[in-house]
Design a protein around this ligand. Sequence first.
Ligand SMILES: C[S@@+](CC[C@H](N)C(=O)[O-])C[C@H]1O[C@@H](n2cnc3c(N)ncnc32)[C@H](O)[C@@H]1O
Length: 685
Amino acid sequence: MNNPKKMTLAETIFSLIPADGSSIGNGRLRDQLSSMGHYVDEDTYSKIRNDMIRSRVLRIGRGRGGTVRRTVCSDAGTIQNETEVVDSSCHCLLVDSTGKGEGLSKVNLKAPADSIKANGVHYTPDHLCDFMAKLAIDRASTVSGPLSVLDPACGDGALLRAIGRIGDTLKMHTRLIGVDIDAGAIEKARECLSGFKNATIEVSLGDYLKGGYGQATIFDDRDSAGKQKKYDVIISNPPYVRTQNIGDVGPKELSSKFGLDGRVDLYHAFIVKAIDDLKDGGVMVFVTSNRFMVTNAGEQLRKAILTRLKIEEVIDFGDTKIFDAAVLPVVFVGVKVGTTVPAEVIFRRIYETRRRSTSRTVGSIYEAIESQVDQECVCIGEINYVISRGTMGILKSAAKTWYLARPSSAPIIDKIFSIEHKKVGEIFNVRVGIKTTADNVFIRDGWSGIEESKRPEDEVIYPLFTSDNAARWTPNLSRLKSILYTHLVENGRRTTIPLDKYPGAKAYLTDHREQLEGRKYVVKAKRDWFEIWVPQDPSLWSHDKIVFPDISTEPKFSFIPASPHPLLVNGDCYYIIVNKNLVEEALLMLGIINSKLSVFIYDELFNNKLYSGKRRFITQYIQEYPIPNPASLKARKVVDAVRGLINHSANGANEAEQSLNTAVYDLFNLSSSEQAVVEKAERAS
Ligand SMILES: C[S@@+](CC[C@H](N)C(=O)[O-])C[C@H]1O[C@@H](n2cnc3c(N)ncnc32)[C@H](O)[C@@H]1O
C-alpha cells in the first residue's frame, strides 16, 4: 500500500482522498492523478470511482459538482475504528486503524457491482424522492378517502417515505403499499415507514412481475374476490436490468406477458404492469433511464405508454448526477385517462454545459429545472447547467422517438424533415466494427516484437481503424493498431483461416489457447476456438467506406477509399460500405452529418449524451438522418464542398468547413434567423 509503484489505480485514487472523511472534487482528483503521471479518461475514472462507492469504500461527498470522500467510522456503526482500503487485486479490505491488517475481513469489490446488475438496485436519494412525491400528490390530492400509493419495487421504502412526509404535512390519509423481492430491504422499509401519523403501511415481499400469476408469493395483485387490485398512485424507481441478465423470469415469458419484445429491460415490464394496475384517473410517477425515449428497444414501451396513459410531464435530468446510477435519469408523470395523446406535454431537460456566461446562481438542480426560460444557463456551485424547456415531440418515423420540441427549434426540425428525402437507413447499411472478445490477443500496436516462429504471417495481419484514428473528412492514420484477422471468404462464403497454412499464426494463437477457449459462448456456438467473435463480412473490407466512432463529442465521420490491403474497422466504431452507384449519396451524407446542422439535429432528436458532453453515434440515430436528392443543384454544392475537404484541395480547412455548413443550411432552405438558432444551440451544447 505504501509503495506507489505497486498501487493499482483504485489504490492510488484512494490515497489521494483526504483520510479525515472530507470531500474532494472529481476534477481535482483527476488533475492530481495526471500530475502523478496517470492519465485516466473520464469513463475509466467514473467506473473505478463508482465501484468504490458501491462497495462503500467511498461515498458521494458534500458540495456540488461531483465530489467523493472516504467512508469513515461515523458512516457505519459496523465499521468502528476501521479504515477501508483497496488492495491490489481490486478487493475491499477492512483493516484496523493501525493499518496492520489484523483481523481482516475481505469483501470482493465486484460482488456489489454484480448484485447491482442482477437486481437493478440504485436507491433513490431523498431529494429526488421528495420531488417525485410532490409531482404525484399535486395531481392526486383531490382523491376522497385514503390515497392508495404503490411502489412496486420499494427497496427500503424511500419513495413511500416521501409520500408519507407530505401526507403528514397535509394531514392527508395515505395507504403506503410496497413490494420488493429483497427480504432485507422489506424489513428496513417496514421499520422506516412506521412513524407516520396519517399512513397505514402494507409492505410485502414478492415479485411484482409475477404477483397474481399463480406464484406462491406474499404479495398478490388480486383481492380476495380474485379481482385485480388498483391504486390511486404508483410511484417507482424500478430496477434497470437487461432481460438477458434476468434470472428466473425468462425474457420470452416477460415479453409475451407484457406485450414487449426485442432487447427489453426489466423496467419496461414494470411500467406496462403499473399502467395496468392504476385506477382510472390514477397518477404514475416513475424515474427510469432516459434511453427508452429514443432507442429502438424502447419503441413498444413508448407505444404502450402513449396508448394507455396521458403523459403530462417529462423531466430529463441528463448528466446532472442526481443519483449514482449508470443511466441518465428521466422522471415522467402520467395520468390514466384514456387513449388519446395529449397535445401539450411539458418537457424539461437539464444538462451540464461548458458555456461560461450564466444568468443566475441557484441552489439546486430542482430549483434550476423550474426555470421558465428555454436555454437558460444557470450556475450551481462551480458547474454550469443549461435548461431546455418545450413540449414533447414525437418524431414521425417508424420508431416514433420522443424528443424535446423547443418553441425555437421544433419548426426547424419540421422544416428539415419536410424536405423530400430518404433516410440514411433506407439507402445504407450502418454496421458496427469487429468485436474480437479478446482484444489483448488479436489487436496490437505492432507484431515485430514477437519471436519470429510465433509471429502471425503478414497475409493475416491488417491495419485496424479504431476510435483513436477518428477525424472529420479523412481519418488520422498516423498511429494505427493492427489485427490478426481470422477470417476470409472462400467460394463466396465466410470461413476461418486454415491454421496449417499459417504456422506463425497457429503458434501464436496456440500460446493463447486457454484464454481463447475460455470464451464459452464461442465453443457453445460451435465456432473455432481461435476465431474473432464478430468478424463481420471479410468481402466488404476492400470497398470505399465511411467510418465513425461510436462515442465522440462531435461528429467525426471520414471517408476511406477502397484499397487492396484494406483497413478493417474496430468495434468501437461503425462503418458504411459505399457501393460505386451510391458515391454521391454517401458524400452528401458525409457533408450533412459532419456539419453544424447535424449536431443540432442530434441534440434535438436524440440527445444521447454521456457525461462530459460525449455523444453516442449509434446505428439507430444515424439511420434517421435525412438525405435529400443528390442530383439537385444545392446538394451538388454540398458534395463539391465535401470533395474539397476530403481531397484537401479546399483553401483552408476552417473556411472550407464554413462553406460546407452554409451549403448544408441552404440545402434545407434554412433562413438566416433559423441558422442563427442552430448556431446558438451549437454554442450552448
Ligand atoms: C432501483 S431500486 C429502487 C428501490 C427504491 N424504490 C428506491 O427508489 O430507492 C430497484 C428495486 O427493485 C427491486 N426488484 C428487482 N426486481 C424486482 C421484482 N421483480 N419485483 C419487485 N421488486 C424487484 C430490487 O430489489 C430493488 O430494491
